[in-house]
Ligand binder design. Structure first.
Ligand code: NAD
Length: 377
């Protein structure tokens, strides 16, 4: 397999965590005889400094020629004086839009070893394994017309969906659910009030008929916000529109317990875009405190959704679980503020955590612990 990967490290801790993601991908390539070609490209603040804009033309043009894009994070306080359209974050919004991915995947997993990190009680979160599939290009965030009329003191946005927009993201959600053990889709809407949600519910119900092995349930978004915190184990794939997905997937971050643990993938566009959920974390840049696990789990998603290497993706995920079970922690997921090595816990740096996971992965690859068959989206 030959995979060309645009490497968009970006700002702050972006480069620190991305290198650890590249290391696990390289290990998989070396063991499997694959070629993963990484093309480093500037985006965000580093691109403004070098090229005067957050998404240089050659970054976008080259990314569009790649099979996948792996992004670290963007954002640098030294550009806060610029208007929003010229700041580092604008580069991220521009590349997301240009790549055109409409299905944003965000897993929310309760790791047994991190049960104490969640504000939820361990008996609530234990065993929770949710995959959010959020529609990313439609709904309230993009609908026209939109306006804030300062003179009249009136503002409005438009929530709009077409059946086609709903169907394409629903198909991805059902396809993924069909390959997971629980085989369940929970579609979230507000069909008791909104016409867009009534369309959403009707299209999702139709799509479900093409996936007879998958169970479909509908939930209203307000009660879903409660269910996710009181019985997260009951959910498998959660499919929802842009605004609801933005809020619910952030809310579900508490199940895992740290922003530094969360990966994401955006599928369906010209090139799939993979990025950890966190930002550039200027408060910890250069301290070795950045947790690379979100980026490493993002690398697993690259293998799963752009390379068809499901077994290898699972090995990366199992390596993360194993290292956490052995008590290794970056400071964001350590008890006692990460300053002390408490019983059963050893606090490590970004690079040390990356090396531990890499070692564990290399061992698994050598022993060829390939647990499950190939899956592809
Ligand atoms: P942030 O995610 O960068 O940081 C929030 C808090 O979480 C900070 O205390 C940070 O130290 C911590 N944190 C984040 N990632 C971590 C990791 N991997 N390991 C350990 N701790 C981690 O969000 P913010 O502080 O609101 O924003 C900082 C900058 O990042 C801003 O410029 C913002 O615009 C940008 N941002 C970028 C993205 C992105 O690139 N996708 C996302 C969010 C924010």
């Amino acid at each position: 397999m030959h995979l060309k990967i645009a490497l968009l490290e970006g700002d702050g801790i972006g480069p620190e965590v991305t290198v650890e993601a590249v290391n696990v991908l390289t290990a998989v390539a070396n063991h499997g005889g694959h070629v993963f070609e990484f093309l480093p490209l500037p985006i965000g603040g580093v691109a403004i400094t070098a090229y005067g804009k957050p998404l240089p033309d050659h970054t976008l043009a080259t990314t569009l020629q790649c099979d996948a894009a792996l992004l670290g994070a963007v954002g640098d306080n030294k550009f806060n004086h610029l208007p929003p359209s010229e700041r580092p974050e604008a580069g991220l919004l521009q590349i997301r839009e240009a790549l055109g991915g409409f299905a944003n995947l965000r897993p929310a997993i309760a790791y047994r070893a991190l049960a104490d990190n969640s504000p939820l009680r361990p008996e609530i979160t234990e065993g929770a394994d949710i995959l959010f599939v959020r529609e990313l290009l439609g709904g309230l965030y993009f609908g026209q017309p939109r306006q804030w009329d300062r003179q009249t003191g009136r503002a409005h946005n438009t929530m709009v969906y077409t059946a086609e927009e709903v169907e394409r993201v629903a198909r991805i959600a059902f396809h993924l659910a069909a390959q997971r053990p629980k085989k369940k889709v929970t579609s979230v809407d507000k069909a008791n009030v909104l016409e867009t949600s009534q369309l959403w519910r009707s299209v999702v119900t139709e799509v479900a008929q093409d996936f007879p092995t998958v169970t479909l349930e509908h939930q209203l978004v307000d009660s879903m916000a409660i269910h996710l915190m009181t019985r997260p184990r009951d959910f498998d794939v959660v499919l929802t529109e842009n605004l609801f997905g933005d809020i619910l997937s952030d809310e579900s971050g508490v199940i895992t317990g740290s922003l530094g643990m969360l990966p994401s993938a955006t599928l369906g566009g010209k090139v799939n875009l993979y990025e950890p959920v966190h930002g550039s974390a200027p408060d910890i840049v250069g301290t070795g405190k950045a947790n690379p696990i979100g980026a490493i789990l993002t690398a697993a998603l690259v293998l799963r959704h752009s390379a068809g290497l499901e077994a290898e993706a699972t090995l990366i995920e199992n390596s993360v679980t194993d290292i956490l079970e052995q008590g290794f922690r970056t400071s964001d997921i350590a008890r006692g503020n990460g300053e002390a090595n408490l019983p059963g816990q050893r606090t490590v740096t970004t690079a040390e955590m990356g090396a531990l996971i890499l070692d564990s992965l290399n061992g698994k690859l050598t022993r060829a612990e390939f647990p499950i068959p190939t899956l592809q989206v």
